[in-house]
Design a binder for this molecule. Structure first.
Ligand SMILES: [Mg+2]
Length: 378
């Protein structure tokens, strides 16, 4: 037991406008809506976590805020923050689903534990295998000319991995964009494709075969999350590696996915699995089955990006890079006190004990649309 006890819980609901609308096979997104969790201890420490839901994918910010305030506050107020697994087990057995709220809770507990022990979160969950990771930017602007300008700028910044969001327009539009990017940048560009469930299962194999000549690194989640038999059939039928995103959330899905031969790669997201340590469990199942892993993200601020960076840093193998571009290249503002570190096409592990990223109070208040509070005595 440590000498620290959690005294207060604050949930800050934020809306941060984006620089541009991003279109996906599952809809358009024009901003970042998150619930930030702030925990303080009776010893004066502050820990941060983030829930970043996407209604068509994981859940809602309202649901995440209520989960944290109404259901998790009674579990953690008065508790010792270093008892992470017992506390998370109670959260998981108290409330079904809500993986984003669980990710926020675990992150804030890990942030406090890191500050108590003087260790980075990546060290708390296994150790630092790397301090920088290749960044992948998602090309999702319905105006492709605007995207080409962005890509040129990012290319000069050192970004070499680009993921095209496909399936929201015609198949011919997707083929045109792939051909253009492959011709412009040759073999130096790493092209990835993400349908966000946008392909009809009955015609998915033929459409994916059309893309293979542009040599994408992988094709992500072509069909709906529940069309698992179709996803497995696609994975067996095509040569390009298939990645499961919406179809694999946590360790239970991963285990089932191995049995079904669902995909060649799993996308890891703390918001899907309910935290960093459950993501590492997904990664362990993937490793045992010869399945690759990738660092994905939702529409997140730099708080959740930092959690993802600690996860990526702790993975023994990472060949496909990671996202975490939102706070630098998509949001109109990075709400962190010190910006989330991205440079030369790389995401860098934030420095310092715990999470290593703290929100700027002024930015937090400016973008706040809701605030819930609980303390040990209320
Ligand atoms: Mg995806």
């Amino acid at each position: 037991m440590s000498e620290h006890r959690i005294r207060t819980l604050d949930v800050h609901v934020l809306n941060i406008p984006a620089k541009a609308v991003h279109s996906h096979g599952s809809g358009d997104v024009s901003g970042i809506n998150v619930a930030l969790l702030e925990l303080t201890t009776d010893t004066g420490l502050t820990g941060w976590g983030e829930a970043s839901p996407w209604p068509v994918f994981t859940g809602t910010v309202e649901g995440a805020a209520a989960a944290l305030h109404s259901h998790f506050a009674p579990i953690i107020l008065g508790s010792d923050p270093v008892q992470i697994e017992p506390l998370m087990h109670r959260a998981e057995t108290t409330l079904v689903g809500h993986p984003e709220a669980k990710a926020a809770l675990e992150c804030a507990l890990l942030d406090l534990t890191g500050q108590i022990t003087g260790l980075a979160i990546a060290e708390l969950v296994g150790g630092i295998s790397r301090t920088e990771m290749p960044l992948s930017f998602s090309v999702a602007n319905p105006d492709f000319d605007a995207d080409l300008d962005d890509i040129a700028q990012l290319w000069s910044d050192g970004v070499r991995l680009f993921k095209l969001k496909t399936g929201f327009n015609k198949h011919s539009f997707d083929l045109m964009r792939l051909e253009k990017l492959r011709n412009l940048f040759g073999d130096d560009i790493g092209l990835r494709i993400d349908y966000n469930q946008g392909l009809p299962a009955h015609d998915a194999i033929r459409q994916i075969r059309d893309l293979e000549s542009f040599r994408p690194d992988f094709v992500e989640q072509p069909v709906k999350r529940h069309e698992r038999a179709a996803l497995a059939a696609i994975t067996q039928a095509v040569d390009v590696p298939i990645m499961a995103d919406e179809s694999v959330f946590g360790p239970v899905d991963a285990l089932e996915g191995v049995g079904l031969k669902l995909a060649n790669i799993f996308s890891l997201k703390t918001m899907k699995s309910g935290g960093i340590r459950r993501c590492l469990e997904v990664a362990a199942i993937a490793r045992a089955a010869g399945i690759g892993v990738y660092g994905g993200c939702m529409f997140e601020t730099s708080i959740a990006h930092a959690a993802g960076a600690h996860l990526m840093a702790a993975l023994p193998e990472l060949r496909l890079g990671c996202e975490f571009y939102m706070s630098t290249f998509y949001a109109s503002v990075d709400i962190a006190e010190t910006p989330f570190p991205v440079s030369n096409g790389k995401v860098h592990l934030p420095k310092g004990a715990g999470l290593g990223i703290t929100p700027d109070r002024q930015a937090l208040v400016h973008h706040r649309t809701g605030h819930l509070q609980a303390s040990e005595n209320t």
